[in-house]
Design a protein around this ligand. Structure first.
Ligand code: CP
Length: 316
């Protein structure tokens, strides 16, 4: 694997290899006082975040450090981006400074792909840490890792993805990855928060993608439910339905939790809007897998860095 730009096009064997590596790393580090492996010693990883982040930025930094890489964080605010430097010039500068891998989050869909093109000559790997409304592949991988922990093999499982699908790179990456792993994905949203061209999303050959507007009718059929963040910052023309209407029709609460089969967990990529997307009682209940997702995020990102920067050397 040279880059990780999306889950669209990520084949099943590669996805499973990353997930299996993540599981192995988690087992290796479990209970260790010193969580440090020498695997990426001498490698330089640079994170470049043009949008806010807590989970993704921090877990990539921890992942790199636990694998002994040198990790440098660049934010738009504190860099020469603030003086008007372009994404291309910034990326070429980081490559010239010795980056083996650049991890980028950017508000423009397609930014990570552009970066990979510009850095081809330098041989620098690129990881997409979220580009506009397009993709967030490591989020989907950590969601798949969490679902495997909770419900086992995803083949044949029915997974609901609920809420603001229209603006969600998490929904798109999950739809690609989960169907590639053989799951049936049902996107559940009000018509105003569904993309018009969802039928054109690529679907893994072993799975299926459906659309529904009726959360309560779908809940009893699901093996897991993934609540999405409502992305108000991308809704320049306002928000419909209103926050209150949204919570009534699509918010996860204890009444809805009772409709879910007992084995089905509730996921949320975070940051979550408590009381709107998910009630505090559900978010803090044992049925919620939200902190487990964050923990898996570190191991999945270690696995991604391993497959990008060390995998070929090891012949894996
Ligand atoms: N899920 C997610 O991407 O969270 P952050 O924006 O905090 O990184």
């Amino acid at each position: 694997m040279k880059h990780l730009l999306g889950t669209d096009g990520l084949d099943r064997d590669t996805a499973l290899a990353v997930l299996d590596t993540s599981d192995r790393l988690k087992q290796t580090l479990l209970g260790r006082e010193v969580r440090k492996l020498p695997t990426l010693r001498g490698r330089t990883v640079i994170t470049m975040f043009y949008e806010n982040s807590t989970r993704t930025r921090v877990s990539f930094e921890i992942a790199g450090k636990w694998m002994s890489a040198d990790v440098v964080n660049v934010s738009a605010g504190g860099s020469s981006v603030g003086k008007g430097e372009s994404l291309r010039d910034t990326a070429l500068t980081l490559a010239a400074a010795g980056a083996d891998c650049v991890i980028v989050r950017h508000p423009a869909s397609g930014a990570a792909h552009r970066l990979a093109g510009w850095l081809a000559e330098a041989g620098t790997s690129v990881v997409n840490a979220g580009d506009g409304t397009h993709e967030h592949p490591t989020q989907a991988l950590l969601d798949a890792a969490t679902l495997r922990d909770r419900v086992g093999d995803l083949a044949g499982k029915r997974i609901g993805v609920v809420g603001d699908v229209l603006h969600s790179r998490v929904a798109r990456s999950n739809a690609h990855l989960l169907t590639t792993l053989g799951a049936q994905v049902v996107l559940i949203a009000p018509p105003t928060l569904l993309p018009t061209r969802v039928a054109e999303w690529s679907v893994g050959s072993g799975g299926a993608l459906e659309v529904s507007h009726e959360l309560d009718a779908e809940l009893p059929t699901l093996d897991a439910v993934m609540m999405l963040r409502v992305q108000a910052e991308r809704m320049h023309g306002g928000f419909f339905p209103s926050a209150r209407e949204y919570a009534i029709a699509y918010g996860m609460n204890q009444n809805r939790l009772a409709l879910l089969p007992a084995h089905a967990p509730v996921l949320h990529p975070g940051p979550m809007l408590r009381g709107m997307e998910i009630s505090a009682a559900v978010a803090d209940s044992p049925r919620a897998a939200i902190t487990q997702q964050v923990t898996n995020g570190v191991h999945v990102r270690m696995a991604v860095l391993y497959h990008l920067l060390a995998g070929e050397e090891d012949g894996s």
